[in-house]
Design a protein around this ligand. Structure first.
Ligand code: ZN
Length: 255
C-alpha cells in the first residue's frame, strides 16, 4: 500500500500534518493523489503520530503513477527511512520557483519548514551513500528525480542560480563556520577554499525576527557538516538560504 505525505485538496497541495492540525476542517473524501489524481484517504497513523495519506480499499494508483515506483523501492530495501524519504513529496520545487515571491513568509514556514522537513532530513541522514545515489523520489509536480540531484553543494547552487536567474528549493550540504551578528540578524558563511573544496561564498541567514526563536540552537550548528533545506537565492549581498527554524530546516551530518 503506497503511502504519500502530500495530497491534493480542492486543487491545493497540502501536507498530512496540516490536515492533522485542522482535522475537523477537511472533507475526508476530497483528497487525491497529487500525481495520478485517484482518491486517497487520510490516516492519522499509530497513536496519531504519523499522519499520511493512503489508498482507499481497491482503489490503486494508476499504473503510470510514480508513487508505485517509490513504493517498490521501499519494498526492495525494506528500510523505514526510505519509506519516509520516498513518500515525502519533495521538493515542492515547481510551485515555489514560480510563486516564490507571492507567498508570505508565514505560509512558507508552515508549508515547507515544518515537521515534515525535519522528518525528511533525519531520514536522509540515516541513509547510506549508495542509497542516496540510487533512490528516486517524486516531486509535487509529478517529476521523478534522483535523491542526489536535489542535494547540492554551495558551488552547485550558485552555478544553478546564475544559470536560471531564479530562487529554488533544495537541500544544501555544506560546512558551517562561526555565526556572526549582522544588525540583529545572524549570518553563518559556509566554509570555502578549504577542505570541502567549495570556492564560493554562501550564507545561511537567520532574519532578525527569527533570531530569538532559534537562539539556543545557533551555537550547536557551528563548525558542522550539515544538510539545510530551504530556498537558495541571490540578493544584493550575495548568495544565501534563509533559516527560519534550525530545528526543522537543519540536520547535522557530522559533528
Ligand atoms: Zn497516484
Amino acid at each position: 500500500m503506497a503511502r504519500v505525505n502530500s495530497a491534493l485538496y480542492l486543487n491545493e497541495t497540502i501536507d498530512a500534518f496540516e490536515v492533522d492540525d485542522n482535522y475537523s476542517y477537511y472533507k475526508k473524501d476530497e483528497f487525491k493523489c497529487p500525481v495520478c489524481k485517484v482518491k486517497l484517504q487520510f490516516n492519522r497513523g499509530i497513536n496519531f503520530l504519523d499522519p499520511h495519506f493512503k489508498n482507499w480499499p481497491n482503489v490503486d494508483h494508476l499504473i503510470t503513477c510514480g508513487i508505485n515506483v517509490n513504493n517498490n523501492q521501499f519494498n526492495k530495501y525494506g528500510n523505514q527511512n526510505i519509506n519516509i524519504i520516498t513518500s515525502t513529496i519533495l521538493p515542492r520545487a515547481k510551485r515555489l520557483t514560480s510563486k516564490n515571491d507571492k507567498f508570505p513568509t508565514e505560509i512558507l514556514i508552515k508549508r515547507y519548514y515544518g515537521r515534515r522537513s525535519k522528518k525528511f532530513l533525519n531520514a536522509l541522514n540515516k541513509l547510506t551513500e549508495n542509497e542516496i545515489n540510487t533512490l528516486t523520489l517524486i516531486t509535487e509536480d509529478g517529476k521523478t528525480v534522483r535523491l542526489n540531484e536535489i542535494i547540492l553543494r554551495q558551488d552547485d547552487i550558485i552555478e544553478k542560480l546564475e544559470k536560471e536567474k531564479a530562487a529554488f528549493i533544495c537541500i544544501l550540504k555544506g560546512y558551517t563556520n562561526k555565526t556572526i551578528d549582522v544588525r540583529g540578524s545572524k549570518k553563518n558563511t559556509l566554509t570555502y577554499n578549504g577542505r570541502y573544496k567549495n570556492t564560493n561564498k554562501f550564507d545561511l541567514f537567520i532574519p532578525a525576527s527569527f533570531v530569538e526563536k532559534n537562539e539556543v540552537q545557533i551555537e550547536n550548528i557551528e563548525n558542522k557538516l550539515i544538510y539545510c533545506y530551504g530556498i537558495a537565492e541571490k540578493n544584493q549581498y550575495g548568495y544565501k538560504m534563509n533559516v527560519y527554524s534550525i530545528e526543522h530546516q537543519i540536520c547535522i551530518i557530522r559533528q
